[in-house]
Design a protein around this ligand. Structure first.
Ligand code: C2O
Ligand code: CU
Length: 488
């Protein structure tokens, strides 16, 4: 032994003491009863690769019998047999390899919503890859650059395929995550349209009028379950990472009036936390929230989804619906202090010299009576792409001239939302999906990096996208005629 044992032992003790002072007061161990999130826990996709910086998973799209509530089964379209698909966990900077195979009766693809990846991995049929036919395979292989909650879903006949159950969460953890809350759960909110006879309602129900509204499901799901329960200790903070994977429904819910804290959204943490009484998530959006439910042991708190006004026909004669139950465990309330606020430095994108891009969301009725959405009056199948250059900054002004709200989603890039004077909205945050309310205008700024390709933007009410509300940004590529392939 070169060093006396006493000294060798003393150094780590000092280092540990320093480390405890220097790191945030992260609750390392759970404050919740064992199995508190059993009612919602998602299956993790097993990582097949021993390299700590490579996550390699198998995803198989197939029809499988799924039980969404006791006794309520349906042959759903699934990733790996479940709704939602498995939770894929990576760390920011990891390489993700997905061996995808399609056993569905239709061609499909996987789109990685929100991830800043190369165009070849974006999952848009005929634009970034050929659609994967029944029996076919495709390998998605890319580096996941940014921490946050993302999600995956098909980009072929999206309204139908997502509606049948194809979606899952991709959680990108920050290796230096500053959030001092150990109890964390991922919640995938969605809905599903069952016909009451063991099958699905037609994805074409109501014709183009149904499309213009955006068809919602008639059963609300949290991680694929109707009315699941969390069993919690009163006063103990929990972190919920939430994604709205519904094809049309906006989720609006509260905690029976108890406040909660939103710390982030689409592209990771926000500039600073915000206290809220209710949360609204448009289709495609994510939220990162800290909740600290309080109640007497043995009692329950019901989380209810309230109708949200997203346009004509969306609130009339509709009631709040139970979404999830919080049951208070038989434990004394947790008396620790509030969790420390988390902040993140986000620089506002400089808008000087930015190119103005002005678009309108429109709806028209054909002589046949059929409704058709469009960008500037032209549906996707005939509209022209927006040209962009690597390094260019664009300020988009999106005017919604229709009677429905449209969650705008841009593939491949984050943007920042601007106020009506053109300044950044605070808290600053990186977004890939933002609601453009009916009859209103939203401005945003995007700065393109050097990932050339044709990048799609569209409304994330997927019926609206299929009904024409889509367009393309041609970044650093010669003008492409996208009108030949309207596959979404
Ligand atoms: Cu989440 Cu093009 O979509
Ligand atoms: Cu829309």
């Amino acid at each position: 032994m070169l060093y006396p044992g006493g000294r060798a032992a003393a150094i780590p003790a000092i280092v540990l003491a320093w480390f405890a002072l220097a790191t945030p007061a992260r609750a390392e161990s759970s404050l919740q009863p064992a199995g508190w999130d059993r009612g919602v826990a998602l299956a993790d996709a097993p990582d097949l690769n021993p390299d700590p910086h490579v996550v390699e998973v198998d995803i198989d799209a197939r029809v499988a019998a799924v039980e969404i509530a006791p006794g309520e089964r349906v042959d759903a379209w699934t990733y790996n047999g479940g709704i939602p698909g498995p939770l894929i966990r990576v760390h920011a900077g990891d390489r993700l390899i997905v061996h995808f195979s399609n056993h569905l009766p239709q061609p499909t693809t996987m789109h990685w919503h929100g991830v800043r990846l190369p165009i070849q991995m974006d999952g848009v049929p005929d634009v970034s890859q050929p659609p994967v036919p029944n029996g076919g395979t495709f390998t998605y292989d890319f580096v996941v650059p940014d921490a946050g909650l993302y999600w995956y879903h098909p980009h072929v006949m999206s309204a139908a395929q997502v509606g049948f159950g194809l979606y899952g969460a991709l959680l990108v953890e920050d290796p230096a995550d500053p959030v001092a809350v150990a109890d964390e759960t991922v919640l995938v909110l969605s809905d599903i349209a069952l016909d009451g006879k063991g099958g699905f309602e037609s994805p074409e129900s109501g014709g183009t009028t149904g499309m213009a509204f955006g068809r919602e499901g008639n059963h609300l799901l949290v991680n694929g379950h109707e009315h699941p329960r969390l069993v919690v200790r009163s006063g103990a903070p929990e972190r919920w990472r939430i994604v709205n994977a519904a094809k049309s429904r906006f989720f609006q819910f509260d905690l029976e009036g108890q406040p909660f804290t939103r710390i982030g959204g689409d592209g990771g943490l926000a500039e600073y936390p915000v206290q809220l009484d209710a949360l609204v998530l448009a289709p495609g959006e994510r939220a990162d929230v800290i909740v600290t439910p309080r109640g007497e042991p043995g009692t329950e708190l019901i989380i209810r989804a309230f109708p949200f006004n997203r346009g004509f026909g969306s609130t009339e004669y509709r009631m709040a619906e139970d979404l999830m139950t919080i049951a208070f465990a038989d434990l004394p309330a947790y008396a620790g202090g509030p969790f420390p606020a988390v902040r993140r430095t986000i620089d506002p994108i400089d808008t000087t010299g930015a190119t103005a891009v002005d678009i309108e969301f429109t709806i028209a009725q054909r002589p046949t009576g059929a409704f058709e959405y469009g960008i500037n009056g032209v549906p996707f199948a005939r509209n022209h792409s927006i040209a962009a250059k690597p390094g260019e900054t664009q300020v988009w002004t999106i005017a919604n001239k229709t009677k429905w709200s449209h969650p705008f989603h841009l593939h491949g890039f984050f943007f920042q939302v601007l106020d009506k004077d053109g300044g950044p909205v605070h808290p600053l945050q990186w977004k890939d999906t933002v609601n453009v309310p009916l009859d209103q205008t939203v401005r945003l700024v995007v700065r393109y990096d050097d990932r050339p390709g044709s990048w799609m933007f569209h409304c994330h009410v997927l019926d609206h996208a299929d009904g024409g509300l889509m367009g393309m940004v041609d970044l650093g590529v010669p003008h492409v005629d996208h009108t030949a392939h309207a596959g979404h």
